[in-house]
Design a protein around this ligand. Structure first.
Ligand code: DC
Length: 228
């Protein structure tokens, strides 16, 4: 069977990966893997079951057995289901993001999610967004993007996102949380956040979403990935 073409989009929290990955997947008609949602689901399921936050084997078992599914909503957004129940909003909270970052530092959880993530690679292609898509999960991907933006800009974007959803948020608290999560994600011994050697770095600090999508599609074209 011909290899499934894969574009990986890695980068820190708030760099816009999720939005960009979805738009690129839509433009190409490819599947999407939101790997961060898997880590969020493990943290959320652990919380629901009353697991201790440091219980690595318990969270790894959850990662293996998780009944997770992803749907696209009528407005093109993502709906995430856990055991058939809609948990989209629950897993997007900052608290769940913090929990996800902690379970993501557990080697047994990462190992348990590896094959589950690779199973998303199906024809005609996959856009995979996360932290280690290009370095660990899909090292053979045809195009690897490392999307970044300044910490201030990322905090500002997250603040706007939360406000738009009607959640209360403090810009100062978000900046601290983002800096702390960056530090944890980049300094963990297993699969730390770093660009793959062959990744193209795209700094989106002063770029619009449209401009970043256009840049990624242009790179896909150059890599002869886009059949459009
Ligand atoms: O992208 P996100 O904010 O939904 O990710 C939630 C957490 O999961 C984040 O702190 C880092 C972690 N994560 C990871 O370690 N590896 C991935 N491939 C995706 C996310």
């Amino acid at each position: 069977m011909a290899e499934v073409p894969i574009i990986t989009i890695d980068g820190p929290s708030g760099s816009g990966k999720g939005t960009i990955a979805r738009r690129v997947a839509d433009a190409l008609g490819w599947h999407l893997l939101d790997s961060g949602a898997l880590y969020r689901l493990v943290a959320h399921a652990g919380h629901l079951r009353g697991l201790h936050p440091a219980d690595e084997p318990g969270h790894a078992r959850l990662a293996e057995t998780l009944d997770a599914s992803f749907e696209t909503t009528a407005d093109g957004g993502e709906r995430v289901l856990l055991d058939g129940r809609d948990v989209t909003a629950a897993i997007r909270t900052e608290a769940c993001g913090g929990g996800a970052s902690r379970v993501a530092a557990m080697p047994a959880v990462r190992a348990a999610l590896l094959e589950r993530q690779r199973a998303f690679a199906r024809p005609p292609g996959l856009v995979a967004d996360g932290r280690d898509m290009g370095t660990v999960v899909f090292p053979g991907a045809a195009l690897k993007i490392f999307l970044t933006a300044s910490a201030e800009e990322r905090a500002r974007r997250r603040y706007k996102q939360l406000k738009d959803k009607g959640s209360s948020a403090s810009l100062a608290a978000l900046s601290l949380e983002i800096a702390e999560r960056d530090r944890r994600d980049a300094s963990r011994p297993i699969s730390p956040l770093r660009p793959a050697d062959d990744a193209v770095i795209v700094d989106s600090t002063s770029m619009s979403v449209d401009a970043v999508v256009a840049r990624v599609l242009e790179l896909a074209d150059q890599a002869r990935l886009a059949a459009h």
